[in-house]
Write a protein that binds this ligand. Sequence first.
Ligand SMILES: Nc1ncnc2c1ncn2[C@@H]1O[C@H](COP(=O)(O)OP(=O)(O)O)[C@@H](O)[C@H]1O
Ligand SMILES: [Mg+2]
Length: 262
Amino acid sequence: MHVQHTDRSEPPRLRLRNISVRFGGLTALDSVDLEVAPGRAAGVIGPNGAGKTTLFNTVCGLVRASSGTLELDGAAFTPVPHRLAPLGVSRTLQALGLFEGLTVLENVTAALRPAGTGFLRDLLALPGGARAEKAARERAMQELESLGIASHASALPATLPYGVRKKAALARALATDPRLLLLDEPAGGLGRDDIDELADLIRAIPGRGCSVVLVEHHVDLVMAVCDRITVLDFGRVIADGTAAAVREDPAVTDAYLGAGAA
Ligand SMILES: Nc1ncnc2c1ncn2[C@@H]1O[C@H](COP(=O)(O)OP(=O)(O)O)[C@@H](O)[C@H]1O
Ligand SMILES: [Mg+2]
């Protein structure tokens, strides 16, 4: 359906085909198609109840699609929440999910030290583990620096402004060098200045070769950072294109005005 890619030999990083999600009698998503090219940012917007969170949860494996398929780099993808990291898929949640008893640096380092069985964990438990631990800490610190919050490394999250905590959650998601980053309403609870700063940070992510899917109620943020925007209303895709095209689309204006009036 979509013919946006210049390089046809390269499959989309993420592709949703015909995804429907039903909760009892309610159709939360209705035959949704979506693709994100490698190193691109895709936005999903829509009024309250449009199905944004359901779509996000479907890609994270928190909700199972009633029908349709997902693909990651051209391969069938059945998302399972705790198995996303090994596939290079990372996410931030609206409720940041930082460990309140750990410092910012420890929170980010924890992402590099999976709790389950795993290569890095085994490495950390073995002689030479101290060295792996040091490497993880250095990698985490580097991420804090790149997001401009290195000076808060040893602070506990609860002592920090919300905008800084959001960046800490983003640093944690990026520290694993994901190929796909899923962001759920990252602008929620932020003021104008923080949103502008966040926009700059998100805009820099595709440059690292990581694709971004940004699910957001905040239209301005999505318009500022996304190459391509999918608009949902009542679970259906009502528009799909560049920020400029979507902004001009009467169906989109109607959906938002309708929601505002309701
Ligand atoms: N777990 C659930 N059980 C039943 N209905 C749900 C569930 N989650 C979402 N819904 C419904 O699905 C629709 C889409 O919700 P949601 O994805 O949260 O929309 P958005 O994030 O765009 O506001 C809404 O009508 C909502 O009430
Ligand atoms: Mg939502």
